[in-house]
Design a binder for this molecule. Structure first.
Ligand SMILES: *[C@@H]1O[C@H](CO)[C@@H](O)[C@H](O)[C@H]1NC(C)=O
Ligand SMILES: *[C@@H]1O[C@H](CO)[C@@H](O)[C@H](O)[C@H]1NC(C)=O
Ligand SMILES: *[C@@H]1O[C@H](CO)[C@@H](O)[C@H](O)[C@H]1NC(C)=O
Ligand SMILES: *[C@@H]1O[C@H](CO)[C@@H](O)[C@H](O)[C@H]1NC(C)=O
Ligand SMILES: *[C@@H]1O[C@H](CO)[C@@H](O)[C@H](O)[C@H]1NC(C)=O
Ligand SMILES: *[C@@H]1O[C@H](CO)[C@@H](O)[C@H](O)[C@H]1NC(C)=O
Ligand SMILES: *[C@@H]1O[C@H](CO)[C@@H](O)[C@H](O)[C@H]1NC(C)=O
Ligand SMILES: *[C@@H]1O[C@H](CO)[C@@H](O)[C@H](O)[C@H]1NC(C)=O
Ligand SMILES: *[C@@H]1O[C@H](CO)[C@@H](O)[C@H](O)[C@H]1NC(C)=O
Ligand SMILES: *[C@@H]1O[C@H](CO)[C@@H](O)[C@H](O)[C@H]1NC(C)=O
Length: 396
């Protein structure tokens, strides 16, 4: 048996492909916590808890690789997208579960303090936060604690921690058909917001940070998300909750802002858009805007939101991209050489690795503003990157 097992081990190492090599100065650890939180009008089951995955900088050098996705989720995504069966099992990460925390007080890392804003992230409808691992770990490698929120019962499958691999929640099997109704779109947006605001408050994330004395910033937050998660970023920043004031910046990755769509007429709602008076970044796929500024001819929900803003605002399109580009999915397709296998155009021509590099660097420049660096870096990065097109801008 032994030689056979060894051969298998070598085979799997030989074929392993790193999902993402982080480029920041820190290694990355992560931990997971389940928090009870019941959401009203919840179309998903069970609707009684949320899962927080926290990515953070660690001084510990990784000495191993780990599978990127659990085998159940991988199997479901392979079948839905039409990837070669088993191919996602080749992808690995070097993210270290519960690796030691940074403790360098001379650099500002201490119990509940960090020089870098903490980031809250929620995914696109129907996808687990793990399908954004490249973005989330990349930002953590630059010093941020990144809190990704999963709403169990939504994504096709969500493995739960501390169950020795036996616990998980099944949700909607086909992420492309979620949410199935318009009514549900609004319900999903509502629980995204409810989950984010709850996570930000005691007894959840802040209490956890104090309990462990974790070096995560509890006074300066940024919020971002993809698709409906990006729409939620704007809603939480607009909310009257005291937690909302802790968000210094927000970013929407290609999400239509459904909060400005009238559910019955489909036209722009009469609900006023709030002036956030804080920097906001919209990152758009070419598929979504086709070079047209947000407004009557582009996505009117972005135009409606923009009109109300008096703070710094940029809407940046990346050419060659489609909606799913702002997730790990283009990495699955390009790193695993799947374009020729697929019978449908899941992502536009832009290369997955390049898009992830350019967009995460844009986010880094944007977040640097919270650390006191100013926002000029965003414009410089847009100028330097040939695929970026500035669709709209406002300056305070
Ligand atoms: C990660 O690094 C490995 C080894 O240096 C390299 O072969 C691979 O292409 C890199 N992957 C990405 C996504 O950049
Ligand atoms: C969370 O809910 C579960 C199931 O209802 C319960 O057993 C557990 O005690 C709750 N945990 C907390 C911290 O309230
Ligand atoms: C890898 O690092 C972990 C954490 O420091 C340690 O527990 C483990 O023994 C190391 N494994 C090897 C093969 O060095
Ligand atoms: C494309 O692939 C999907 C997933 O494997 C499959 O369900 C579908 O039938 C295929 N469609 C065509 C037209 O081959
Ligand atoms: C949080 O980060 C900001 C800059 O990003 C810094 O000004 C502030 O002092 C930090 N707060 C804590 C408690 O570490
Ligand atoms: C966890 O699962 C593995 C096999 O999947 C088993 O060998 C191990 O005994 C289990 N551990 C516990 C604590 O149940
Ligand atoms: C972190 O600081 C808080 C007070 O802000 C304190 O209650 C808590 O015990 C400290 N945590 C640790 C692990 O020292
Ligand atoms: C939030 O506060 C604003 C300004 O005070 C007020 O106009 C608005 O109605 C409040 N919104 C909610 C949902 O309470
Ligand atoms: C939505 O549209 C309906 C029908 O056109 C209208 O009666 C209603 O006032 C609108 N609601 C909002 C919030 O704009
Ligand atoms: C980017 O795409 C827009 C259309 O979406 C096009 O007008 C523009 O020329 C493109 N720019 C570059 C540099 O390819």
């Amino acid at each position: 048996m032994r030689p056979f097992a060894l051969a298998l081990a070598f085979a799997s190492i030989a074929h392993a492909i790193s999902l993402w090599n982080t480029t920041g100065p820190y290694h990355v650890g992560y931990t997971q916590h389940v928090f009870n939180h019941t959401t009203p009008n919840d179309p998903t089951e069970p609707g009684t808890f949320m899962l927080l995955t926290i990515y953070y900088p660690t001084p510990q050098i990784p000495n191993a690789t780990f599978p990127y996705l659990d085998s159940i989720s991988a199997g479901i995504f392979e079948a839905t997208i039409g990837l070669t069966p088993g191919v996602l099992s080749k992808l690995t990460t070097r993210l270290q579960f519960q690796a030691p925390l940074l403790s360098d007080t001379s650099k500002g890392f201490g119990n509940s303090t960090s020089p870098y804003p903490t980031l809250i992230f929620t995914p696109g409808a129907g996808l687990p936060a793990s399908s954004y691992t490249a973005y989330l770990s990349e930002l953590a490698s630059y010093g941020h604690a990144v809190v990704a929120i999963d709403h169990p019962g939504e994504a096709p499958y969500l493995p739960l921690p501390y169950t020795n691999g036996t616990g998980g929640v099944y949700g909607y099997p086909d992420f492309t058909a979620f949410p199935p109704t318009e009514e549900m779109t609004f319900q999903v947006l509502d629980y995204r917001v409810s989950d984010i605001l709850a996570a930000m408050s005691d007894p959840f994330f802040p209490a956890l940070v104090r309990q462990y004395g974790a070096p995560f910033n509890l006074t300066h937050f940024g919020v971002f998300g993809h698709s409906i998660g990006g729409a939620a970023a704007e809603v939480v920043m607009s909310s009257n909750s005291s937690a909302a004031a802790l968000f210094k910046v927000g970013c929407n990755l290609d999400g239509t802002m459904f909060q400005f769509v009238n559910e019955s007429s489909g036209e722009v709602t009469s609900t006023p858009a709030r002036d956030l008076k804080r920097p906001f970044l919209g990152v758009a796929s070419e598929q979504h805007f086709d070079g047209v500024a947000p407004g009557e001819d582009g996505d009117y929900t972005w135009g409606y939101f923009n009109k109300a803003q008096s703070g710094w605002l940029r809407d940046v399109q990346m050419n060659g991209t489609t909606h799913l580009h702002f997730s790990d999915i283009p990495l699955w397709i390009d790193l695993l050489d799947q374009r020729k296998v697929l019978n449908r155009t899941w992502v536009g021509p832009a290369d997955g690795v390049r898009v992830t590099h350019m967009v995460s660097a844009l986010l880094r420049e944007f977040l640097g503003s919270v650390e006191g660096k100013g926002l000029e870096g965003v414009d410089e990065w847009v100028d330097k990157t040939p695929e970026f097109v500035l669709l709209a801008q406002k300056n305070p």
